[in-house]
Design a binder for this molecule. Structure first.
Ligand SMILES: [Fe+2]
Ligand SMILES: [Fe+2]
Length: 338
C-alpha cells in the first residue's frame, strides 16, 4: 500500500510540474564527455575487474539465409574472439522481427554458438505476436537479476503496453504489425509496469547504497524521443527505486545507435544493432559529442556492431562500440565512460 502511494505521488508530482525529462535538458559542456565530473564513483572496493559483451536488435526474419543471419553470426564470432574473453554476454532485445517461433528459434540457435553464457531480455518485436509465449518457452523469465564479481545486474522487460488490440479486434499478426511500426502512436507508451516495479523494489531492498548496479532494458530509461518509443513510461519510478545507489549504469537497445545520457546517479548508453541503424531523431541530444557518424547507405554493415563493457575495481565502466566500418568518431572510438 505504501509503495503504491509513493508511486502515485511520484506520478502526480511529474504531471503537476510537467517535468518530463527531454533530450536537451542536460546541456552538454566541454567536460561532459570523458571525465563526466558529475558521475559519482562507487565507494565499493569489492568489484573484481571483469568485462562482458553485448549484442542487440538482430531482427531476424523467417527467411533462410537472410542477410541479418550472417551479421549476427559475424557478431557472435567477434565476441568469441574478444580478448580478454568476456565473462558473459547480454542480449538487449528484438532478436526476431515479427515474433515468429521460427525467428526466435533461429536466434537461439545462432546465440548458442557463443562460447560464454548469455542473458537476454525481450524487445517489442519478440513479444506481440503471442504475448511472449514462445520467447518465454525459449528463454525463461523476461526480468531477472544476478550478482557477478561484486556487481548486481538487473534485466527488465520494458516493452509492456496497455491492451490496444482487444477492443479493436486485431489479429495477433495485426497486433504485432502495429507495434513494430517506428511511430506506433496507436499502441501507447511502453513500460515495465507495476508487477516488475514491485519486483525491482524487493530485489534491491537489501542492497547497500554502495552496491554497484548495472540495469539492462530494451528501451531507454529516459525520455529520449517518445514519438518513436525511445522512452520507458515508468522510467521515473525505476530511477526513484534505484536512486538509493551511489552509481547505476543503464544500458539499452532499441535505438540502434550510439547515444548517452546521465540523470542523477544513472549513466545511460544505447546499443548498436546487428540489423539496421536508426537515424537520430530531430531533437537536441543531451551529450551530442557521444554520437556516431552518419551511416553510408551503400555499406550494409555500416552502423552495425557489437559491444564490450569493462568494469574496474572502483566500478568505473567503459563501453566500447565495435563496428565493421568507420562509423565512430575518434572520441567514441576510445570508448564511452559509464
Ligand atoms: Fe530494434
Ligand atoms: Fe525495439
Amino acid at each position: 500500500m505504501e509503495k503504491i502511494s509513493r508511486r502515485k505521488f511520484l506520478g502526480m508530482s511529474i504531471k503537476a510540474t510537467g517535468a518530463t525529462i527531454v533530450a536537451g535538458t542536460f546541456a552538454p559542456s566541454a567536460t561532459s564527455f570523458f571525465g563526466l565530473a558529475g558521475v559519482a564513483e562507487a565507494k565499493t572496493t569489492d568489484v573484481q575487474p571483469f568485462s562482458f559483451a553485448i549484442l542487440s536488435d538482430s531482427h531476424l526474419y523467417d527467411i533462410n539465409g537472410h542477410k541479418f543471419d550472417g551479421i549476427l553470426e559475424r557478431a557472435v564470432d567477434d565476441v568469441n574472439k574478444m580478448s580478454p574473453k568476456p565473462d558473459f554476454v547480454i542480449y538487449g532485445g528484438d532478436l526476431g522481427q515479427l515474433g515468429k517461433q521460427e525467428e526466435l528459434e533461429k536466434g537461439k540457435r545462432l546465440l548458442s554458438k557463443l562460447t560464454v553464457p548469455y542473458k537476454i531480455i525481450p524487445g517489442e518485436h519478440d513479444w506481440y505476436l503471442d504475448m511472449g509465449k514462445v520467447w518465454g518457452e525459449l528463454f525463461g523469465e523476461s526480468h531477472w537479476s544476478f550478482d557477478h564479481k561484486g556487481v548486481h545486474f538487473i534485466g527488465m522487460n520494458s516493452i509492456l503496453v496497455e491492451d490496444y488490440w482487444s477492443a479493436r479486434g486485431l489479429t495477433p499478426e495485426e497486433r504485432m504489425g502495429w507495434i513494430s511500426e517506428l511511430e506506433c502512436h496507436r499502441c501507447g507508451l511502453w513500460g515495465v509496469r507495476e508487477a516488475q516495479l514491485d519486483w525491482l523494489e524487493q530485489d534491491v531492498k537489501k542492497l547497500s547504497p554502495d552496491t554497484p548496479v548495472i540495469i539492462i532494458t530494451h528501451s531507454p530509461l529516459w525520455d529520449y524521443y517518445p514519438r518513436w518509443n525511445f522512452q520507458t513510461e515508468d522510467a521515473p519510478e525505476i530511477r526513484a527505486i534505484l536512486s538509493k545507489f551511489d552509481k547505476v549504469m543503464a544500458i539499452h537497445g532499441h535505438v540502434h545507435q550510439v547515444v548517452y545520457n546521465q540523470i542523477g546517479n544513472i549513466t545511460s548508453a544505447g546499443l548498436l544493432s546487428t540489423s539496421w541503424p536508426w537515424p537520430y531523431p530531430p531533437v537536441e541530444l543531451p551529450y551530442p559529442a557521444i554520437k556516431m557518424n552518419r551511416v553510408d547507405p551503400a555499406d550494409i554493415l555500416d552502423g552495425l556492431g557489437n559491444h564490450s563493457v569493462s568494469v574496474d575495481r572502483a566500478f568505473a565502466g567503459m563501453l566500447n562500440y565495435h563496428t565493421w566500418s568507420d562509423l565512430l568518431p575518434e572520441n567514441v572510438k576510445r570508448g564511452v565512460r559509464l
